[in-house]
Write a protein that binds this ligand. Structure first.
Ligand code: NAP
Length: 247
């Protein structure tokens, strides 16, 4: 067994999750990243290999308890250990005005972004409690604080995430486990590439720093929360948004 700590990052194939995986690897973690398909998971494995990253890529569908359980078993089998850090990053958007939203848009977003928190955190928390050490870091969003027209489903999940983290933080504080959120503003990834140039310009105009963020900006905040330096911070949300929303 290695003396390096293990970090599990869900949805690490691209965007923010990939940046978090790379940053945690450079902070001496073994990183385990997940993708939803063979092709995205294989390309993540290649990315790790090409960058000499100590880690592995596994398939995970966060909507399935079986898939979460299989991931847990696979990590235990391959590493004879369980993650010290869980980064709940995987998430989707499926936007529409509430009046036009269909059931699948609502329920799929809730299932992927929020029911998944219950599913995965419970499984990976158990060994953290036994070790009396652990970090759970959830990737929320600025819209949890501001609201956003067309995103009532997504905003419900991202603000729910903050409440979830505060409650869990209180439950496990005496066990050496911290639970925190990082709340990104608008970051350049596939998720925001769905926006057209006019929408992007409009968003940038409203950001005091006049630009969208980079995935690495989020990764730095996650790496801090995962580090020993953040051991007395729990139930907190770090906003990383270029000044778009200030607490
Ligand atoms: P992204 O580029 O769309 O990547 C999403 C990741 O989640 C991919 O790795 C994807 O895997 C994975 N994923 C999707 N559905 C999944 C499922 N059912 N089970 C497991 N994994 C799944 O997203 P991003 O922009 O990097 O965002 C990452 C997180 O930050 C999300 O939670 C998002 O809500 C949050 N966030 C993003 C922004 C932003 O501006 N980008 C702002 C605020 C918050 P595959 O590649 O295999 O599909």
């Amino acid at each position: 067994m290695s003396d390096k700590k293990i970090a599990l990052i869900t949805g690490a194939t691209r965007g923010i999750g990939l940046a978090i995986a790379k940053e945690l690897a450079s902070n001496n973690f073994i990183v385990i990243g997940t993708g939803t398909s063979d092709s995205s998971t294989n390309s993540l494995a290649k990315e790790f290999e090409q960058n000499n990253i100590d880690g592995k890529a596994y398939i995970l569908d966060i909507k399935s308890q079986d898939s979460v359980n299989q991931l847990f078993d696979k990590i235990k089998e391959d590493y004879s250990d369980t993650p010290d850090v869980l980064v709940n990053n995987a998430g989707i958007t499926n936007d529409n005005l509430l009046i036009r939203m269909d059931d699948s848009q609502w329920f799929d977003t809730i299932e992927t972004n929020i029911n998944s928190l219950y599913r995965i955190s419970k499984v990976f928390l158990k060994p953290m409690i036994k070790k009396r050490n652990g970090r759970i870091i959830c990737i929320s969003s600025v819209v949890a604080s501001t609201g956003n027209a067309g995103q009532s489903n997504y905003v419900t999940t991202k603000s729910g995430m903050i409440g979830f983290c505060k409650s869990l933080a209180k439950e496990v504080a005496t066990r050496g486990i911290t639970v925190n959120c990082v709340s990104p503003g608008f970051i350049e990834t596939d998720m925001t590439n769905k926006l057209n140039d006019t929408q992007k310009d409009q968003i940038s105009k409203n950001i005091p720093m006049s630009k969208m963020g980079n995935p690495i900006d989020i990764a730095y905040a996650v790496a801090f929360l995962a580090s020993e330096k953040a051991s007395y911070i729990t139930g907190e949300t770090i906003n990383v948004n270029g000044g778009l929303f200030m607490q």
